[in-house]
Design a protein around this ligand. Sequence first.
Ligand SMILES: [Zn+2]
Length: 77
Amino acid sequence: MSKSESGPKTTRSAAGDIIDLCQQCENQLTTIRIPVDGNDLMMHSCDKCDKRWWKLAGEQIDLADALIEVKDRISKN
Ligand SMILES: [Zn+2]
């Protein structure tokens, strides 16, 4: 297992659900899912740190890349 990933931590609730935690304060993150061309663009945000992470199809991406994905989708429709 690589430890180079800098995204949110994950843990599991008693019910078995995966919960994303802030890597800085371990606050539970708010997650928003945006479907983009059959993939899921996920935004994780921490209210405490005012920090956001973006993932596309499970891969962590930069905000700039996320915006490009969303823009491309909007312009196609
Ligand atoms: Zn935080």
